[in-house]
Write a protein that binds this ligand. Structure first.
Ligand code: 173
Length: 318
């Protein structure tokens, strides 16, 4: 065989075996494509596809048009998708403990060192058949937004759009709750089906909600958690190199939380410029509200998850 032909054949063989080694994972987000809570996951995908060339590749199917938000956890569990960007609030039906993740606001570097990540990973392994690859937005809080002014912290007579994140505190303050995925918030507000909604400090401009929002209640409360999950069978089927690409990118993704402080500052200014007023009942009422928000949420988690709830609370330290 001529040396050049041999070299060409050898190169072709190598290329084939490299291709056979590359695994493609199908991923979805529970938030709309290119909106705030999908954006860093989309950056993570780009990073994996760059650093994992020939090893692991992510095929991004998209947002809620592919899988409805409240179905995403189950889609990972049953391997309808291999990977997802999803908040625990959307899979509390499968894992009641997930409602407690909003009460854990330590940086992920601390959670990975003190056993919190390991415990939550174990919960995902058992209840969602998933690997808990990353958690994002630990330093981004939530608010209640309203279309009407209120003169005391009491929601009697108000209908408020919620997810499990806000359900207990809204009910404790006398409000009527209406659960919807994010994609239905605008219409519910526009039609007057609700007079307010829970949402993080970031992201209300993505879907045009500033047009139907008049007030934001301060203070902020809880801690956003949006997780990257991988189906556990898929995870176990990966080789060490493939898992390393994903783990390295996961740590990179968690470090993006450093950007959130500046984003939050800019977003508060942008909300004020858009004419969204703040409602603040002062330090004493705010402290009372924060304590109540914490207490009702833990009570609910512990009622629904009597074994793991207390352990989660101990790890949360609040
Ligand atoms: O309000 C919601 O839909 C919700 O629970 C949530 C959770 C994390 C990030 C953004 C929204």
């Amino acid at each position: 065989m001529r040396p050049t032909l041999f070299a060409a054949l050898a190169a072709a063989l190598l290329a084939t075996s490299a291709a056979a080694q590359e695994v493609t994972l199908r991923a979805v987000s529970s938030f709309a494509e290119k909106t705030l809570f999908s954006r860093n996951f989309e950056r993570f995908i780009d990073r994996v596809n760059e650093t994992g060339k020939g090893v692991v590749k992510i095929n991004y199917i998209g947002g809620p048009r592919a899988v409805p938000p409240f179905e995403v956890g189950n889609a990972v569990r049953t391997k309808v998708v291999d990977m997802a960007n999803v908040t625990g609030a959307f899979y509390t039906n499968l894992m009641p403990e997930a409602d407690g993740f909003k009460l854990i606001s330590k940086p992920m570097s601390a959670q990975r060192n003190d056993g919190t990540w390991a415990f939550i990973n174990q919960l995902h392994n058992q209840k969602l058949n998933a690997q808990y690859l990353a958690r994002q937005y630990h330093n981004v809080p939530f608010h209640i937004y309203l279309t009407k002014k209120i003169d005391k912290l009491n929601f009697s007579g108000l209908k408020i759009r919620v997810t499990p994140v806000y359900r207990d505190i809204v009910q404790a303050l006398g409000g009527t709750t209406v659960t919807t995925p994010p994609g239905e918030v605008y219409t519910a507000l526009e039609r007057g089906v609700v007079e307010g909604y829970g949402w993080p400090i970031l992201g209300i401009f993505d879907l045009g909600w500033e047009k139907v929002t008049k007030f934001r209640i301060d203070p902020a409360f809880y801690s956003v958690e949006v997780n990257v999950l991988v189906n556990l069978d898929v995870w176990k089927g990966l080789n060490d190199r493939q898992r390393k690409v994903l783990n390295d990118a996961a740590l990179w993704l968690e470090a993006l939380d450093g950007e959130n402080v500046a984003l939050i500052k800019a977003e508060r200014e942008r909300q004020a410029k858009a004419g969204i007023g703040t409602i603040d009942f002062g330090p004493a009422e705010s402290a009372k509200f924060l304590k109540q928000a914490n207490d009702v949420a833990w009570a609910s988690v512990i009622t629904r998850a009597p074994e793991n709830g207390p352990k989660l609370r101990q790890l949360a330290g609040n």
